[in-house]
Design a binder for this molecule. Structure first.
Ligand code: AMP
Ligand code: MN
Ligand code: MN
Ligand code: MN
Length: 288
């Protein structure tokens, strides 16, 4: 049993620097109010909010780890890799993330064209109204617009009917490679973590290949307790963390008070049999 497993760590969440709706300062406030002791803001493909997050955490007396969630294309599918405890100024990381973000506007225009062909015009400008960072147009912003105009009742329904593979608003996109994403994080002194593995619909064999390649590339962690997992998946991925000798992470994946079903800092503790990622990152934690 690791005593540190009981730390209220929330190492996965989003601000309006990517597809969350709150500012980094407001996410920090909410985390702190909910009892978070160790926090990381992990915006998609973007570390532009890191300094603000770190300062807000310090002002609240909350410990902080630099964070990011990198979009990766692996075996033809999108996988997310969370990076924790890296140097946010590392040039290869900064450039790699800029390249990863680069295709998003083109993709958003193609998505809008595809939605227009399906009878929903104006979605690019509509989505843009929800974007806090023009470099980071995401499917989430389209989902909010389609709810606004009454096409769907909630963002989840938009994803189901329009924004996922085979649906009218979906556009194939090539993100970073797994190898690049892991090497950016590791090269910048951080730990790479497979985000919400339960969400990918991989077969057991595909999942084994992902974990094996990730380890071989220098990846060290996996999310076990996340807002994207069922209670059964906490157990399954705790087992896989042990099997692959990976550190375990915990994070809500909070985006918005109304949209997100898991609030900051409210998840159960990591199971006692895994080693928390923050134990290995102790020297990288920024104390207030
Ligand atoms: P993107 O990076 O533009 O492909 O957008 C991915 C984001 O869409 C994820 O980080 C989630 O925030 C959101 N998302 C994906 N699937 C769903 C879903 N089924 N319901 C609600 N949001 C989703
Ligand atoms: Mn998101
Ligand atoms: Mn994700
Ligand atoms: Mn996320």
């Amino acid at each position: 049993m690791h005593l540190m497993n009981a730390v209220n760590a929330d190492l996965h969440c989003h601000s309006n620097v990517s597809d969350g709706t709150l500012s980094p300062e407001d996410v920090a406030d909410r985390a702190h109010r909910n009892g978070v002791e160790l926090w990381a803001l992990t915006d998609h493909d973007e570390i532009g909010g890191q300094q603000r997050a770190r300062q807000a955490a310090a002002a609240l007396g909350m410990s902080y780890l630099p964070g990011v969630e990198i979009s990766v294309t692996f075996a033809g599918r999108t996988v997310h890799i969370v990076g924790l405890g890296f140097d946010p100024q590392d040039p290869a990381m900064v450039q790699g993330l800029a390249d990863t973000r680069g295709g998003r506007e083109r993709r958003a225009r193609d998505m809008a064209a595809s939605l227009a062909a399906a009878g929903i015009p104006g979605a690019f400008d509509g989505a843009l109204k929800y974007v806090g960072n023009p470099d980071l147009i995401s499917r989430t912003h389209f989902a909010r617009y389609l709810v606004e105009i009454g096409v769907c009742g909630d963002p989840h329904e938009v994803f189901k009917r329009y924004l996922t593979e085979g649906k009218p608003g979906f556009v194939e996109h090539r993100w970073a490679s797994l190898s690049d994403a892991v090497s950016w994080v590791v090269g910048a002194g951080g730990v790479a973590v497979i985000a919400h593995p339960g969400r990918y619909d991989f077969t057991p064999n595909e999942e084994f290949v992902l974990f094996t390649e990730f380890k071989a590339l220098g990846g060290q962690g996996v999310e076990v307790v996340t807002g994207s997992h069922t209670v059964a998946e906490y157990g399954k991925y705790a087992d896989m963390a042990q099997e692959f000798d990976l550190l375990a992470s915990r994070g809500s994946d909070f985006h918005d008070p109304a949209e997100s079903h898991t609030d900051l800092g409210t998840l159960p503790d990591l199971p006692g049999r895994v080693t928390p990622v923050w134990e290995a990152l102790a020297s990288r934690v920024l104390h207030p």
